[in-house]
Structures are given as C-alpha cells and as structure tokens.
Design a protein around this ligand. Structure first.
Ligand SMILES: Nc1ncnc2c1ncn2[C@@H]1O[C@H](COP(=O)(O)OP(=O)(O)OP(=O)(O)O)[C@@H](O)[C@H]1O
Length: 286
C-alpha cells in the first residue's frame, strides 16, 4: 500500500491509493527524446486513479511539462517523441497518438501560459472548445454546465478574453477544456503569476470539478496549494520520479517541506537564500 511510506526507489513503489479506484492513466517506464538527442524523460512511471487528483512536483527543468506533453501527444509539435515505455489512458495505449484523438478519447491538456483567443469573447472561446459537438443544442448544454461549474465565466461571457485578469483567463482555459467533457485533465502551472486570492479561486474551481468526478494531474511550482488539493504526489528530478507518496505524507515530509515549501522543522518560513543553500545540498536526491 502506498499509504505506508514514501518510496525511495522505483522498484519499491506502489500505486497511488491502490485500495481505491483503478488507474485512469498509467505511465510505465516512459522515455522522451527531443530532437533525437535530448533524453528528457528517463523511465517515468506514475498513475492517476479514476476520480483522483495527483500532483507532479519538481524543480525547473525536471521534466514535468514534458510528461504532460508526452501524455497528450503535443510533444510531436515540439520535435519530441515518446521513445520508450507505454502510456495507457482509460485502458488503451495512447503513446504516439495525435492530440485531437487523445482529446476525443476524454483527455484534455491545459498548457502553461493561459492561451486564450485574445480578441474573442469568453463565450466564443468556449465555442472553440466545443467544436466537436454534433449539434448547437449539445454545445449549449455543455456551455451551461461550464457556467454552472465556473459561475464567474457566466458573468464575463460577453467580455473580450484579452482584457480579463490572469485568474479569469486561467478559468477560461479550464472552462474551454471542460467543454470537451473530459474524464482526465492535465493542467500545467495553473497558479503561475496569480495573486494568492486568485490562486485560491482557481483551485476552488479545480476542487469543484474534481467533486464532479473529473480526474486531475496537476503540475505545480506552488507545492503548498498542489498538495492541498491532491491525494497523491510525485516529485521529479532530471526526468525521473525521485519521491512519491500520499499528499499528506509529502506535506509532512521534512525534505519536501524544506526543499519545496521553504519551511523549517517548526513550520517557520526560511529565507530564499537558506532554501537555495539547502537545494544545493540536495541530500535526499543522493
Ligand atoms: N522543445 C524542447 N526541445 C529540447 N529540449 C527541451 C524542449 N522542451 C524541454 N526541453 C528540455 O527537457 C527538459 C525538461 O523540461 P520541462 O519543460 O519538461 O521541465 P519542467 O519540469 O516542466 O520545468 P519548468 O517548470 O521550468 O517548465 C529540460 O532539460 C528542457 O531543457
């Protein structure tokens, strides 16, 4: 069982909350090559249980975004490819599939950077997300359920997307993604550059979607908020998982607290300089 301990070595790892739901997403020994020379993922294995929320953490350049891109298939457009291992979503292998097929299968990827269509209204942005619906009524129903899940978007529906605040744009890209009625959402750095109040609001939207049954894989630099919403977390370093465990265990883990949360043993926030010094030591990464 995972609950028992944080795993230190790949062969000792277990699945997140194995006693609960089966995995909706499984990565087994996945390798990714960029430009046929840069090995960015070096045997990446992880799972997201159905209806679960998993956080993928790690320093800059660890390979978190690459992992999401490999899963959704957009890696191809960045001169990268999955060169080894398997990615299984909803019981089927999806590695090498094109992004549109993956979305149709029920997996959406909200990329870093809030790519809204700047000159279009909120509603037009949502319509783009719902282009696959067979009828206008079906699309209208999906849009209404987006407005129900994210009421702020309903208030902003006629506004031009480019003039929305960062948090509102983040909610819009989440709304556009759920127009596809996904089973699993991959989301990259939803808190990036947002004021703390907006971060809370965006995460409460994600929490609500989760309660509605959406499975989530969240990449975050903001480890504190990520481990508050997630049940399980993985920590990456240099293209591999180096630590994993229940979110509560990771929150309580001294190394994670110091390395990522910048807190000392008494829970007092350390200075950035001290944390940087600690990062250099990297004692738990051996
Ligand atoms: N298109 C690309 N071509 C070549 N190398 C890339 C490409 N994208 C990423 N890399 C490299 O792959 C490695 C992993 O990068 P990735 O962006 O996945 O890390 P990350 O953990 O998401 O970091 P960040 O938080 O900075 O986005 C890095 O060494 C990076 O330089």
């Amino acid at each position: 069982m995972v609950n028992s301990a944080l795993a230190a070595a790949p062969d000792q790892r277990t699945t997140p909350d194995a006693a609960a739901n089966p995995a909706v997403l499984t990565l087994s020994n996945v390798e990714v090559l960029y430009a046929e020379v840069i090995l960015a993922l070096k045997g990446m294995s992880m799972q997201v249980p159905e209806g679960g929320c998993v956080a993928l953490l790690g320093a800059n350049g660890a390979g978190k975004s690459t992992t999401l891109k490999a899963i959704s298939g957009v890696i191809d457009s960045e001169d990268g490819r999955v060169s080894g291992g398997t990615i299984t979503f909803d019981g089927r292998p999806i590695q090498g599939h094109d992004p549109a097929t993956v979305v149709r299968g029920g997996l959406v990827h909200v990329m870093e950077g809030r790519r809204v269509l700047q000159h279009m209204t909120v509603e037009q942005n949502l319509i783009i997300g719902g282009h696959m619906f067979p009828s206008a009524q079906a699309m209208r129903r999906a849009m209404d359920s987006v407005y129900e899940a994210i009421p702020r978007l309903a208030d902003l529906r006629k506004r031009t997307a480019g003039y929305l605040s960062g948090g509102e744009q983040q909610m819009l890209v989440i709304g556009r993604a759920i127009m596809a009625e996904p089973k699993l959402m991959l989301i990259d750095e939803p808190s990036l550059g947002l004021a703390p109040r907006m971060v809370e609001e965006v995460f409460s939207v994600l929490r609500h979607l989760r309660e509605q049954g959406l499975s989530l894989l969240i990449v975050e630099q903001n480890t504190r908020v990520a481990l508050e919403i997630a049940d399980y977390g993985y920590v990456m370093e240099s293209g591999r998982i180096v630590l994993e465990g229940q979110a509560q265990e990771l929150r309580d883990n001294e190394d994670v607290r110091e390395f990522y949360l910048g807190l000392d043993r008494e829970g007092v926030r350390k200075s950035f300089r001290e944390v940087k010094h600690y990062k250099r030591r990297k004692r738990w990464l051996g």
